[in-house]
Ligand binder design. Sequence first.
Ligand code: URA
Length: 252
Amino acid sequence: MSNLPRPRRAAKAPGTAQADIQPAAPTKSAQSQPAQSQPAPPASSAQPPASPARAAASSPPAAGGDKLAQLDVLKAEVAACTLCEELASTRTQTVFGVGNPNARLCFFGEAPGADEDRVGEPFVGRAGQLLDKIIEACKLRREDVYICNVLRCRPPGNRTPSGDEVTNCRRHFERQLALVQPEFVCCLGTVAAQALLDTTETIGRLRKKFFERGGMRIICTYHPAYLLRNPAAKRDVWDDMKLLMAEMGVTL
Ligand code: URA
């Protein structure tokens, strides 16, 4: 049995998403290839075939564990959390996480902004729209991956999370990731990378390689909000995504 939602919309035309995250003319190897032929569904399956990338996007649910129920319990605990007094008193709501709980890949951001605080879902504002384009460039859909943040509350004025706030939320994000158990985590920006890897190293030095933590393979790249301010860095992010997709066995 699969908890995967079924496809709801057609894939973008090949090349469109790459162009969105890659400002300069793409190299030949970065250009999208024509869609590959779809594998035939098993005779017993009534479901439409997934693309090779999407077929590789999720793992079978862990045997015996009621992951969804445990995530719901954690979500309720998070909603009641008041460890960070300032955040608890200024948030509209907590922002837990979204996506496929059996995803092989989790995108890990910094903290909710104003849009996320209002909607209750991570990455729904401008940075989120760019993240969606990055995901599409990887031939995946938002609902194929899991998305969460270091913090579950919006820091007022979108300031950088304090060390104490990261420490307070660590119990939540570590438990959340342990439940989802993604094989791969892509840290978006300095705060996410430093929190998950427990380091003070710069994002520039954390890119372009994989780290192992708790059974997860972790890669770090620039935050989409940084890309909105520095479009030239989209090329670097696309390089990181190609590295990640190659490691996941996804053909772009
Ligand atoms: N930036 C983040 O890091 N996370 C969000 O959810 C939105 C913007």
